[in-house]
Ligand binder design. Structure first.
Ligand code: DGJ
Length: 530
């Protein structure tokens, strides 16, 4: 009898949540393709090949409503089928991005029959009477049609892919929220704004009073007072954003739940982040799943397993911390395509048990003449010994993580790992495996090369697996102890398909744990000199 394999799922293993594919935990070493790439299968051939050259094991690819349902109720899944086939040929997994009613707040990916019927699908208004390019989130009809289309796609995916599991997760809409004003002012929105805050949201806030984000603006909650009424009364100055967040999240919930009824894959939503402290909602998309709206999104959208930040801001570490603080598993569908991407990947997997890391515009990574998002143009050759090209570092890093995935998952889920990402030049100290690890960077931060990055695992006290580049580790006794720490054994080597293949035993002139500018692995056993 054929063995039944469970659908891809998110499962808690020890301290962290992992994506399980064909019964095994999988870290998505991914890239997101440019927005228009997946509208052409011919174009995708090179994109798929480039992803394989970079040692990706997965791709985030747009699937747009307008191409799936060009005429109402007439679906065309040929593009999707072609994407599945192209990915399978290269052993890549896919995460479709459902570009439905909302893509970066706008409704540019809705079918023509939605765009042109503005009385059936009324528009959002930043100021009264002036329509924008977004259908209003308060339009029940667009929500119904979007959910129907999404459900049809999931139905098709179940038939076409449940056995293969090429598709492992799905993103629902893209960077939702409203720009230009903190809330919508169309007739439907005005009406909704005067109604009472839904009982479901009030109940959630009461039940989670002790863990709510302070930015939510519910001081009455902490004062133990019962408050109810309209949005302004309950949320004061945060009312517009909370109101929009509730309605966007309910919209996404309807779409996600309709899809999950057909094929229950894990689903997530991605925010356009607040770009700087003090930025006002409406400058960034108001109502999107930004970190300070996480409670509202959780209350409104239980079908969404996690909120997954698109990280283009400089403070990568800060965003990872913000999104994991309340137990939200970390998944990064979009990261800046820059010289730090490999170091960021190692940090996210090692420090925060990330499920996925994915630079945006992966097919452009390292292409001659194409600037990275931070403006660096790939050189004609792929680097030299002292400064390898970021594309090469990413490819080697992805291969290294792939080969050591089993050990990473087991240490990360036992909270026996740290991630390294160089954001300054001074040494930093981590406690791991019964010792203090002093991380010393080999080179100062410099615009022309990748910052240091790494992952340190400790399968047992005194034992360490160190993978990455650009730093050294000095082992120190645990806090409160004096004395020195010495190596009992120190190996260079490499992982191959999950197995450690030792190289030289390091001693004498090589009796130190220092990683070169290109990714490599060391194993060390240390002991305390009492
Ligand atoms: C964020 C969006 O989510 C992506 O689809 C893409 O438009 C990038 N921005 C471009 O930088």
């Amino acid at each position: 009898m054929a063995q039944v394999v469970a659908h891809p799922s998110l499962t808690r293993i020890g301290a962290s949540t992992h994506l399980i594919v064909q019964d095994k935990p999988m870290l998505l070493l991914a890239g997101e393709v440019h927005n228009s790439a997946s509208s052409s299968l011919a174009h995708m051939e090179n994109v798929f090949d480039r992803a394989r050259e970079l040692n990706c094991n997965a791709l985030f690819v747009p699937v747009s409503w307008e191409l799936i349902e060009p005429e109402e109720s007439h679906y065309d899944f040929s593009l999707l089928d072609g994407l599945l086939e192209g990915a399978r040929k290269r052993t890549l997994r896919l995460i479709p991005l459902w570009f439905g009613t909302f893509k970066n707040t706008w409704s540019s990916y809705v079918p023509g029959w939605v765009k042109l019927d503005q009385s059936r699908f009324p528009r959002q208004q930043a100021s009264r009477g002036v329509n924008t390019g977004a259908v209003t989130v308060f339009c029940d009809e667009v929500r119904r049609c979007d959910a129907l289309a999404f459900a049809s796609m999931m139905h098709h995916l179940r038939k076409a892919d449940a056995v293969h599991q090429t598709v492992v997760m799905v993103q629902v809409e893209n960077e939702v929220g409203m720009l230009g004003a903190s809330r919508d002012h169309c007739d439907l929105a005005e009406q909704a704004f005067t109604s009472h805050v839904p009982a479901d949201l009030m109940l959630y806030l009461q039940e989670h009073a002790n863990t709510l984000r302070p930015e939510l603006g519910v001081p009455w909650q902490r004062a133990g007072r019962e408050v109810s009424g309209c949005w302004s009364h309950v949320f004061g100055s945060a009312a517009d954003e909370v109101f929009m967040a509730w309605h966007y999240a309910r919209f996404v919930q309807t779409v996600a739940a309709a899809g999950q009824a057909e094929y229950a894959l894990p689903m997530y939503a991605n925010p356009w982040l607040v770009q700087y402290q003090g930025e006002e909602p409406g400058r960034y998309p108001s109502g999107g799943p930004v970190a300070h709206m996480i409670d509202v999104w959780r209350a409104a959208a239980p079908a969404i397993a996690l909120l997954a930040p698109d990280i283009y801001v400089d403070d990568f570490k800060g965003v990872c911390a913000d999104y994991t603080r309340s137990g939200n598993p970390l998944l990064i569908p979009e990261a800046r395509r820059d010289k730090a991407m490999a170091a960021k990947a190692l940090y996210a997997f090692g420090q925060h048990a990330a499920i996925a890391f994915s630079p945006f515009g992966i097919e452009s990574v390292g292409l001659k003449g194409v600037p990275d998002i931070d403006g660096v143009v790939a050189a004609a050759s792929l680097g030299n010994e002292s400064s390898p090209h970021p594309a090469e570092v990413l490819a080697q890093t992805y291969q290294m993580i792939q080969d050591m995935m089993t050990d990473i998952v087991s240490c990360v889920s036992a909270s026996r790992s740290v991630g390294i990402l160089q954001t300054g030049n001074s040494a930093e100290i981590h406690e791991l495996g019964g010792y203090r690890l002093q991380i010393e960077y080999s080179q100062p931060l410099d615009a022309t090369r990748s910052p240091a990055g790494g992952i340190v695992l400790s399968p047992a006290d005194g034992e360490f697996i160190v993978a990455g580049f650009g730093f050294a580790i000095r082992f120190l006794p645990p806090s409160g102890c004096s004395g020195n720490v010495d190596f009992l054994k120190l190996w260079e080597g490499a992982y191959h398909k999950g197995n450690w293949i030792p190289g030289r035993r390091l001693n004498g002139d090589e009796y130190h744990l220092r990683l070169a500018p290109s990714p490599s692995v060391r194993r060390a056993t240390v002991y305390l000199l009492k």
